[in-house]
Write a protein that binds this ligand. Sequence first.
Ligand code: SF4
Ligand code: SF4
Length: 92
Amino acid sequence: MAFKIIEGCVNCWACLPLCPSEAIREALPHFMIDARACTECEGDFADPQCASICPIEGVILDGLGVPVNPPGSLTGIPPDRWAEIRTQIQAR
Ligand code: SF4
Ligand code: SF4
């Protein structure tokens, strides 16, 4: 199985040089992972390097399609609280 980058990736380049399999490709509208090359870092690292460095929540999915850094995991802000705050800001 392989990891996948989805919409929301900001093309920041942080993950690309860390991949031990050279599976991450620069692309538009966002970077992508070559599924044939991704090893999920097995045998190289205990943690998937792309997901460990990625600063954006929810944009890297594991082989089962589950976000590795789900919403709230990096910021510590629960998704429903974040939606509430955004609504308040937009109402100003
Ligand atoms: S999980 Fe590991 S091998 Fe797969 S793209 Fe991410 S860094 Fe590369
Ligand atoms: S680290 Fe995350 S946001 Fe940056 S290029 Fe990689 S997947 Fe995209």
